[in-house]
Design a protein around this ligand. Structure first.
Ligand code: PLP
Length: 366
């Protein structure tokens, strides 16, 4: 079956960096091959640099972004723990669901969708929760929340509380500084701004979180102690112990993308995302369309735009796909048919992509 070459301008996956595609085609290595272990060590180092952390427990988990969310709660929640979750979109709702499955007493702080997380309200929810969790870049609404401010306020008020940030759509698209912001647990996904196919969840866990981890998590596959014995080696000998058959081709692809990201430089990359997103958002407004997310908190890498009155949202997406090979996203949850989501992530965070989708959309809406 011949597959179409799509231009992936939805909420993810995005088109991978060419280096990531080449990485996938490199000779396949076994997960315990010394050459692969060297590559894995380098990938973890490159992830630390990308996250802005020195956390020893920093690794690519085998699975999509949601496995990062699962690992975050599986390794930290004990039944009855209070977990405050800031909810301003679909992925905050998902965090509530996942945390509650591990027995957390979830306090859900709902925000109007399209608005950023309100630090004061989140802090007022409980004097000393075990965990406070928030989504940095809410892909369902296109909103950025201020994790730095949340971290600073939390440290001043409840130093014992662990801070968990979902960085699935933010890492390598907008600035992320795990150590500086005081984030204890964070996860991402490879298919967004990292510019790799879906399949891995970069994950980082602070030493504070490690001291307070659940020693035997209820999910064997995501037990960070067992994973660490493979990914980072056993204490003392450093030897690697088989845990699961790591997806070596995907890790080689991630490693190649991270090398490319470091060569370009994180500042240049975030500038590139900002320039492309700003152009797209300006162009949509020039067309008379209304942006959904609150001004001043709009993500450059994911733009949410209201479907104009009387326009069939699905039909427009279908025409973009069939006539122009361009994928954009519908809304999710309560916004399913009322917004479109246009992503300019990773390799697609470019002015030419912004102009292309604007021109195609203009044609389809004529
Ligand atoms: N969190 C956010 C903010 C996301 O955007 C996504 C996916 O779009 C996820 C979590 C879940 O990731 P995945 O679909 O890769 O499992």
């Amino acid at each position: 079956m011949a597959l179409s070459e799509r231009i992936l301008l939805g909420p993810g996956p995005s088109n991978p960096y060419p280096e990531a595609t080449a990485g996938l085609a490199a000779p396949l290595l076994g997960h315990l091959d010394p050459e692969f272990i060297k590559l894995l060590d380098r990938t973890c180092d490159r992830l630390r640099a990308t996250w802005g952390t020195t956390n020893p427990v920093t690794l690519p988990l085998s699975g999509t972004g949601s496995i990062g969310m699962e690992a975050a709660f599986a390794n930290t929640v004990r039944p009855g723990d209070v977990v405050v979750v800031a909810v301003n979109g679909v992925f905050g709702v998902r965090m509530c669901e996942v945390a509650s499955r591990y027995g957390a007493e979830v306090i859900r702080i709902d925000h109007t969708w399209g608005e950023p997380v309100d630090v004061e309200r989140v802090l007022a929810a409980h004097p000393a929760p075990a965990i406070v969790a928030a989504v940095h870049a809410e892909t369902s609404t296109g909103v950025e929340s201020d994790i730095a401010a949340l971290g600073a306020a939390l440290r001043a008020r409840s130093p014992e509380t662990l801070l968990l940030a979902d960085c699935v759509t933010s890492l390598a698209g907008i600035p992320v500084a795990i150590d500086e912001w005081g984030v204890d647990i964070a996860y991402s996904g490879t298919q967004k701004c990292l510019g790799v196919a879906p399949g891995l969840a970069p994950f980082t866990f602070s030493e504070r979180a490690w001291e307070r981890r659940v020693e035997v998590p209820p999910v064997w596959y995501l037990d960070l102690s067992l994973l660490g014995a493979y990914v980072h080696g056993t204490p003392g000998s450093g030897g690697r112990v088989y845990h699961h058959t790591a997806p070596t081709a995907m890790i080689a692809s991630l490693d190649a993308a991270l090398e490319r990201i470091q060569a370009e430089g994180l500042d240049a990359i975030t500038d590139r995302h900002r320039a492309a997103g700003t152009r797209l958002q300006e162009g949509l407004q020039e067309m008379g369309l209304e942006l959904f997310a609150r001004e001043g908190h709009r993500l450059p890498q994911l733009t949410s735009v209201r479907v104009p009155e009387g326009v069939d949202s699905a039909k427009v997406r279908e025409r973009l796909l069939n006539e122009y090979d361009i994928e954009i996203g519908a809304g999710v949850g309560e916004l399913a048919s009322s917004i479109w989501r246009i992503g300019l992530m990773g390799h697609n965070a470019r002015l030419d992509r912004a102009e292309l989708v604007l021109a195609a959309l203009r044609r389809v809406l004529e």
